[in-house]
Design a protein around this ligand. Structure first.
Ligand code: PLP
Length: 381
């Protein structure tokens, strides 16, 4: 039997190669050309006013914090309230800009709990960083209202949320000042490594294009005329970074975007099968999706006792699940926050992400579910 992996990206190979071929034939693989096309396609798909294509979501989170700090004249050591249950990119982004991550606790959706956020607001709080874990919206609407009421900026780490919609059909993202998507290889919209930052404010979108391109006022593509001549003159207004996306990744993204709705529908089907086999088992707690959304279902998460033993037993049955995530306060560099978010710490010890990808079959979901039920029942004796 082949191992059943947590994630396995599916690429539409011929279509992707044809899109990449256009870049190679034109002789344009960098910033511009397909990156512009992909930004337009993403804006049309997600209904967001701005989209700037970057090398990763980590770069997008970096840009979001940096730009909002600049715009709001925040001081070093000002605070951003954030979740400990995330990939470290989320929290590293706060530190890159010399701001302080203040951890708040999570709710039953494994997302930030607005009541816990409220408790941790101080005069130095400038923003909230919300992570839509696994594509879940959790209590994002309440958090957006809270931010508005308390004059805080909202950054949405939507790395897992490509395709998550509210019940009225609108894509998530409009509620935040900055929304950042990941198109890394195992995400719902797979490339190899890339991401998108969608800013509410037009002025910040213009700034993002400079900051992610070395502070240069006009990128090389927009300095190239339709006749192919090249305007060499540009200004550099401030320092910047090399965090832009490129046309090869955009070509991959354009093809993946054509299949995103169809792929997410199959993800939801897989989750419905898991629900059918696992819901109601008293030893397995399925993490609920917020009733507010139709989720992208990047993850299917459960909580069990004896998690580490369960993982080993599943591995012996050729099933390789994951953990999203270890509470960041367990890492040395974030240990100052240890003990401040007991629900997150508890979840971190019990959660498992079950295999979820486009090549997973109904038979495999049945096999995984039955094996999991057998293992937890055996270990509970
Ligand atoms: C919640 C979360 N935020 C941010 C990132 C960073 O995304 P990228 O790999 O595109 O930088 C990830 C990637 O795994 C993630 O899971």
């Amino acid at each position: 039997m082949d191992p059943i992996q947590l994630f396995l990206p599916t690429f539409r190979i011929e279509e992707t190669l044809a899109e990449i071929r256009e870049c190679l034939e034109k002789g344009w693989t960098g910033l511009g050309f397909k990156t512009v096309e992909f930004e337009e396609a993403w804006k049309a798909y997600a209904g967001l006013p701005h989209a700037h294509f970057l090398s990763s979501a980590s770069a997008g989170l970096h840009m979001a914090v940096l730009l909002l700090k600049e715009q709001g004249s925040w001081q070093n050591e000002d605070e951003i309230i954030t979740t400990p249950l995330t990939f470290v990119s989320t929290n590293h982004a706060i530190l890159y800009s010399n701001l302080k991550p203040v951890f708040a606790d999570i709710d039953e959706y494994l997302c930030l709990d607005p009541a816990s956020i409220e408790e941790r607001i101080t005069p130095r709080t400038k923003a909230v960083m919300f992570v839509g874990l696994g594509g879940n919206t959790g209590r994002l609407k309440d958090v957006a209202n809270l931010c508005e009421r308390r004059g805080l900026k909202l950054i949405l780490d939507a790395a897992h949320m490509s395709g998550t919609r509210w019940l009225d059909g609108r894509h998530v993202g409009r509620e935040a000042d900055a929304t950042i998507f990941s198109y890394q290889a195992v995400k719902n919209l797979p490339t190899a490594d890339s991401g998108m930052i969608c800013l509410r404010d037009t002025a910040l979108d213009i700034e993002a294009r400079k900051w992610s391109w070395m502070g240069i006022s006009k990128d090389t593509y927009s300095r190239t005329t339709s006749e192919g001549t090249y305007k060499w003159h540009y200004d550099v207004e401030h320092i910047g970074f090399k965090e832009n996306g490129n046309s090869i990744m955009a070509a991959m993204g354009l093809v993946a975007l054509r299949y995103l709705e169809q792929d997410n529908a199959y993800r939801r089907q897989i989750c419905a099968w898991y629900d059918m086999y696992l819901a109601g088992n008293e030893l397995i707690k399925c993490i609920p999706m917020s009733p507010d959304c139709v989720s992208s279902r990047h993850l299917y998460q459960v909580e069990v006792d004896n998690r580490d033993e369960v993982m080993v037993a599943l591995n012996q049955a050729m099933i390789y699940p994951g953990v999203h995530y270890r509470d960041n306060t367990l890492y040395r560099m974030y240990s100052e926050g240890y003990g401040t978010c007991p629900k997150s710490l508890d979840a971190s010890e019990h959660i498992i992400s079950l295999p979820l990808h486009m090549r997973l079959t109904y038979e495999q979901v049945v096999y995984i579910s039955k094996t999991l039920k057998g293992v937890v029942s055996h270990l509970s004796r």
